[in-house]
Design a protein around this ligand. Structure first.
Ligand code: GLN
Length: 203
């Protein structure tokens, strides 16, 4: 199979760190700034940053409709932190609509001013036995996950911070700011599977 190409929405936020990590795991990263950049990718990452800014730029760069279309058609999409807010159906107090693709409700800046940022070791069963060191920065929480959504990780108090709905992934934290590639590898595995299914369907 040809090399997997994963797009990273590169209009705002920490897209460079995602691109770096994708390179390290042998995936070809594609910076997505314009609709035509969406043409040849197998999956998309929406990075952390500021969800109000990202949703505004989605409209300015005409990316909203094509990303929605691809997400609905089954293209794997992973949102980290602000990206998870952008993916969510219920995006709290955003001033313009989110993409509304994933059946989760999030609360923005849920940890408040005092605990703006923190780190925690999470058990993420799908990634194996070694805990995942998660970095939270003005993070949202997932306060409701729909029936078809699998919870991947919770904080000790039961707060949901990572979830998957088929081809869609959301994490409240920032795997791209660590050296641990396991979430990026999970997205690559989901993308590879849907790539293969598409190949098979077109034969
Ligand atoms: N607080 C930001 C928002 O609401 C998210 C922060 C982040 O992505 N690190 O969009």
């Amino acid at each position: 199979m040809s090399v997997l190409r994963i797009g990273v929405l590169a209009v705002q936020g920490d897209f460079a760190e995602h691109i770096e990590l994708l390179r390290r795991i042998g995936v070809e990263p594609v910076e997505v700034r314009l609709p035509e950049h969406l043409g040849a990718i197998d999956a998309l990452i929406i990075p952390g940053g500021e969800s109000t800014t990202i949703t505004r730029l989605l409209d300015i760069y005409d990316l909203r409709a094509p990303i929605k279309r691809l997400g609905r058609a089954g293209m794997p999409i992973w949102g980290t932190c602000a990206g998870a807010i952008v993916l969510a159906k219920g995006a709290g107090d955003l001033d313009r609509p989110s993409l509304g693709l994933m059946d989760i409700d999030v609360r923005r800046n849920a940890f408040g001013r005092q605990v703006d940022s923190f780190e925690a070791d999470l058990d993420v069963g799908t990634l194996g036995d070694v805990p995942f060191h998660a970095i939270f920065i003005r993070a949202p929480v997932i306060h409701h996950a729909g029936d078809g959504v699998e919870v991947l990780a919770m904080l000790a108090d039961g707060t949901i911070v990572a979830a998957r709905e088929g081809h869609l992934l959301a994490t409240s934290f920032h795997p791209e700011l660590t050296d641990d590639p396991r979430f990026h590898q999970l997205l690559a595995a989901i993308a590879e599977r849907s790539h293969r299914d598409r190949d098979r369907a077109s034969k």
